[in-house]
Design a protein around this ligand. Sequence first.
Ligand code: SAM
Length: 278
Amino acid sequence: MLNNLKEQIEKYNFSIKKGYGQNFLIDKGMINKIVDGAKLPEKSIVLEIGPGFGSLTNALSSICEKVICIEIDKSLIPILESYNLLNVQVIHSDFLKLDLEELLKGYSELHVVANLPYYISTPIIMKLLTYKPTNNGAHIKSMTMMMQKEVAARLKAEKNSKEYGSLTLAVGYYAAVSHVANVPSGCFHPRPAVESTVIRLEKKENGFQTDERKLFSLIKMAFAKRRKTLVNSLLLSGFEGTKEQISSTLSALGIKENTRAEDLDLEDYVRLNNHLHW
Ligand code: SAM
């Protein structure tokens, strides 16, 4: 596959743009592993962010009903279109600026499969997780995504570890996380300087009754000064309330006064959010 890619690069006089996180997959076995790991149901509609030269796209198009690809790099569009894959729609756009509701109108459910551009993997994950269709919009059922190993570790981190934080809690709120594969840097051209991991997120209904916007701003403030106690971190990060209010709520919930952000799990944060009356 490396030779194919090199031929394409030459044929189209393509220059690799590091600024767009361009590390292209050249390992057929790994591409198959990602597609299998996505556990796509029959006749899936798939959204792919950053198709690049289309190595994943081609594999997906042979087993899916439709693949919708979003690519920021204009020079890759004619290359992707030259494959003439009838069930592939190529869109030239910055995924972070895209109106998902508008894009996905007319579908009932879909799955995301992507080798993410690492420089924006967290905002992409958050955009997908927090997307809520209105009216008859499409539901995102699962996301199988390659990302930097360190980001993957934050998604599935355990309480009290250094990777545990607001991203772990946000992902846990919306989805179930599973590991698909570790990807050696030799599977790419050019080789990335970091290690990569493929993670699958399956959207879930969590049943929590809480104000989501407040919950995530509480979590953000709690972890803003993670070495300090939770009470101090909240107060130093602009929480609008008094020390007494936070301390008495913690005590009413049976949480130690000197607890730190990383000592609490998602259920604790939901209880705290609901009892703080802020
Ligand atoms: N899927 C291809 C593969 O596996 O070989 C390419 C993966 S490469 C890591 C990331 C791709 O995302 C590149 O093609 C890059 O141009 C594209 N990209 C970067 N930023 C983007 C953005 N904001 N919106 C859409 N695509 C983006």
